[in-house]
Design a protein around this ligand. Structure first.
Ligand code: ADE
Length: 206
């Protein structure tokens, strides 16, 4: 079993990092007309940044990550593409994290090609400098060593996936202990509740 470094992020971190983004934009005097949240990870930070900047127009595009099973590569794509006339307004794209940079890159190109924007700048709460090919224009925290960050809006999804991996690797008892051992953190949701939810979703096929 390959260990995965995991960090549990709480709501205070989200609020602080989102303020980090808006503070930098204020200092930079970038005038934002429209905020574009990358769904789903950018939805909550985008709303917080919009509040701090006084931006009323918040819209969203969904970036999907397709796992190409043949070569295990992940390809980013816009799900539900649409056209929009922003009449040259300045855009701020917001996401939770810049890990590879793929989401920001594809979002920026899509907005440029389809939304008739003025300037386009990008922002994320976190930027992983060891893995990202591009740097967001604004970010609040620099990460040196890659980890999987469990955001508070994603605890269920992440914990299900992480427990699934343990089960697939033969863990049968004391999942809490295996979780801590393999991921380095305590599971944020009680394991018994997650197992019950996995049963409800038909994800316990053994
Ligand atoms: N989405 C893409 N990369 C991520 C990471 N390292 N942690 C959490 N969410 C992510």
């Amino acid at each position: 079993m390959v260990k995965i470094p995991v960090r549990v992020v709480d709501w205070d971190d989200i609020v602080n990092w989102s303020s980090g983004i808006s503070d930098k934009i204020k200092r930079d005097e970038y005038k934002v007309d429209v905020i574009i949240a990358i769904a789903r990870g950018g939805l909550v930070p985008a709303r917080l940044v919009a509040d701090a900047l006084g931006v009323l127009d918040v819209i969203s595009i969904k970036v999907e990550h397709w796992v190409q099973t043949a070569n295990k590569d992940v390809e980013a794509k816009i799900k539900f593409p649409y056209k929009l006339d922003l009449k040259g307004g300045n855009v701020l794209i917001v996401d939770d994290i810049c890990d590879t940079g793929d989401s920001l890159e594809i979002a920026k190109k899509f907005v440029s090609d389809n939304f008739n924007p003025g300037a386009i700048r990008t922002s994320t709460m976190q930027y992983i400098e060891s893995t990202a090919r591009i740097k967001p224009d604004y970010y609040a925290a620099t990460i040196t060593d890659w980890a999987w960050f469990m955001y508070p809006w994603n605890y269920w999804e992440d914990e299900i996936n992480l427990i699934r991996k343990l089960l697939d690797n033969g863990v049968k008892t004391d999942i809490e202990h295996a979780f801590k051992d393999n991921y380095g953190v305590e599971p944020p949701i009680p394991v018994k509740d997650v197992l019950e939810e996995m049963k409800r979703r038909n994800l316990l096929n053994f």
